[in-house]
Design a protein around this ligand. Structure first.
Ligand code: HEM
Length: 416
């Protein structure tokens, strides 16, 4: 079997490519139609297979015994991988989050937090989400019709929700925002600390999280950070590095993605006034569907990776044991065989099957919370929004992993 190789004019790996959304999406469309599984060997990354169709991504995720998360979870430059290996040894950033784990550990550790995000655990959170959403909409009203929606609203609202969930003080928000951006937006020249892929942020992050762990172990409360601090796995307390890793994934995955969805959602609602109009007095079902459509549309998580542990045939390719596979959720969310007219933003479309939250055993544990945050925010904002338009050029985060706007100036009129 010949190996389908990505033509050199198509670039889906570089962070810069994601700044031109129309172009990158056109490239993914071409790949979905012509080369659904391709071998990408392009510096500064180690080679990998690109999987771009919705159904193929789901197939790989269903086969999680073959396609495991450890050790290569995202595209990192060779330089960043070398820095991580030098500083921390074999493990990605020297940490072990539930995203890095495979079965059986993954299931045991995931259970510790999953109950906080469903049923009565989630219901307990919703009042707080509603209050915090209301605060940010009121802040916009008080601001007098002009703001940088990404930098002043969308980046902060989900961060305050996650602080409340973890039981952290609100004054820590700026510090945590900076650390998260330095780590997850490490390829953006405005947000990175260096060109080492965020590796150099880890010691400072762990120092903060280590203090948090010590405090929650000494004085546990009714919050997720205490539940993690006091949890046992196989009858033993969780190892300190694993508990800090747990905090790290909750803090980072829990707000950047939701912020990206909210700012991207606002962008789409400005560009599509008829869709905005449908949300003027929405039913809870329509609002929830709109939040799902925003996640599909924005796809803040561009890709995650897996490593094959056995040979696997997919279309014309044979993925060999040891090969890396990148699952491009951003492409699966525009798959024309899955969505009717996928390049149209429609708040009332059938949105099931999208991949914004991943799929299978690692699919997002915070999905219901994220959707509830979006429902609460847009459900309060849109009915009061008389007018909204762009107030300057929007700026996307330069990243092939975690997208969203870093700046979205808007002008608006809100009723009181
Ligand atoms: C719109 C917002 C969000 C999006 C788009 C999103 C996206 C994702 C995606 C794509 C994955 C799967 C990663 C993979 O394939 O390996 C994931 C996993 C995860 N997410 Fe989210 N996420 C969001 C919000 C949240 C929130 C609010 C939390 C927590 C408060 C959270 C915590 C996690 C965790 C802990 C995992 C790892 C799950 C596991 O490995 O079992 N996320 N998320």
């Amino acid at each position: 079997m010949s190996v389908p190789i990505l033509p050199s004019e198509i670039d889906i790996s570089s962070p810069e490519a994601y700044l031109d959304e129309a172009r990158i999406q056109a490239e993914f469309s071409r790949l979905r139609n012509e080369m659904p599984v391709t071998w990408v060997d392009r510096e500064p990354y180690r080679p990998f297979w690109a999987v771009v169709r919705n159904a193929d991504i789901k197939l790989i995720e269903k086969n999680h015994e073959i396609f495991i998360n450890e050790p290569r979870l995202t595209l990192q430059t060779r330089k960043a991988e070398a820095a991580s290996a030098k500083m921390f040894g074999g493990r990605r950033y020297g940490i072990r989050t539930i995203l890095d784990m495979d079965e059986p550990d993954h299931r045991k550790y995931r259970e510790i937090s999953s109950r906080w995000f469903v049923g009565s655990g989630l219901r307990k959170l919703l009042d707080r989400v509603d209050t915090i959403a209301g605060r940010f909409v009121d802040k916009m009203a008080a601001q007098g019709g002009e703001c940088d929606f990404a930098a002043e609203v969308a980046m902060w609202y989900p961060l305050h929700v996650i602080l409340s969930l973890l039981g952290l003080p609100e004054e820590d928000a700026p510090h945590l925002l900076r650390l998260t951006q330095n780590l997850l937006a490490a390829s953006d020249p405005d947000l990175q600390r260096s060109d080492l892929g965020g590796t150099d942020v880890i010691p400072e992050f762990l120092e903060y999280l280590g203090r948090l762990l010590a405090e929650k172990r000494a004085h546990p409360g009714d919050d997720l950070a205490s539940a993690i601090a006091t949890a046992e796995v196989d009858g033993k307390p969780m190892d300190a590095l694993e508990a800090m890793s747990y905090y790290l994934i909750m803090v980072t995955a829990g707000h950047d993605t939701t912020s990206g969805s909210i700012s991207g959602g606002m962008h789409a609602l400005i560009q599509n006034p008829a869709e905005r109009e449908k949300l003027r007095s929405p039913s809870p079902e329509l609002l929830r569907n709109a939040s799902g459509e925003i996640c599909r549309w924005v796809s803040p998580v561009k890709h995650f990776m897996r490593t094959a542990t056995a040979d696997f045939a997919l279309h014309d390719a044979t993925i060999r044991a040891g090969d890396s596979v990148a699952l491009f959720y951003v492409s699966g969310n525009r798959d024309e065989t899955c969505f009717d007219d996928p390049f149209a933003f429609r708040v009332d479309r059938k949105v099931e099957g999208h991949l914004a939250f991943g799929f299978g055993i690692h699919s997002c544990v915070g999905r219901q919370l994220a959707l509830a945050e979006m429902d609460a925010f847009f459900g309060k904002l849109i009915p009061r929004l008389r007018h909204v338009e762009f107030g300057g050029d929007p700026k996307l985060i330069q990243s092939n992993i975690m997208g969203g706007y870093k700046s979205l100036p808007i002008h608006y009129e809100l009723t009181h």
